[in-house]
Write a protein of this length. Structure first.
Length: 156
């Protein structure tokens, strides 16, 4: 497994959240996800260039596999294997630390919880979850909370 976090600041809880997500999804430990952090200007630029939405956002996910099927395995996705690790590259998550900090204050919880929530949200997108329809949104929210509960970052 590798969760490659690109940041000058360490977030050890992200590794825990990643493992909790794998456990929740009953997914073997054979995937790679990249996590990057951006400021508001950077994430706005990324959002505008990739989604044609000219505004900042809290998290963006860029899956490498469309119509993914869990469990993910190198045999299922031989074209998506990371050459360094031999694991399946699921994609990239970009989190805006400024917005995460604002949202943590707004919702009255820790920055750690907000960053992990956004990372888990992004991970679930990489695993094929979505929240466009009400039923899908409910399933995604339930998954997010179950995963965060495993790392002791639930809402309550």
């Amino acid at each position: 497994m590798s969760l490659n976090v690109y940041s000058e600041i360490e977030y050890p809880l992200l590794q825990s959240a990643y493992y909790a997500a794998l456990e929740f999804l009953k997914q073997p430990d054979n995937c790679t996800i990249e996590v990057n952090f951006a400021d508001k200007a950077e994430i706005r630029e990324i959002n505008a260039s990739t989604r044609k939405i000219d505004r900042s956002t809290d998290v963006l996910s860029f899956p490498t596999i469309n119509n993914i099927s869990i469990p993910v395995s190198p045999e299922k996705y031989p074209d998506d294997i990371d050459f360094e690790s031999g694991e399946v590259m699921l994609g990239e998550i970009v989190i805006c630390l400024e917005i995460a900090s604002e949202q943590a204050q707004e919702y009255g919880h820790s920055l750690d919880r907000e960053i992990c929530y956004l990372a888990v949200h992004g991970m679930l997108h990489l695993f094929g979850y979505d929240h466009e329809k009400d039923d899908d949104k409910r399933l995604m929210r339930e998954a997010e909370e179950a995963i965060l509960e495993k790392v002791r970052l639930s809402r309550n």
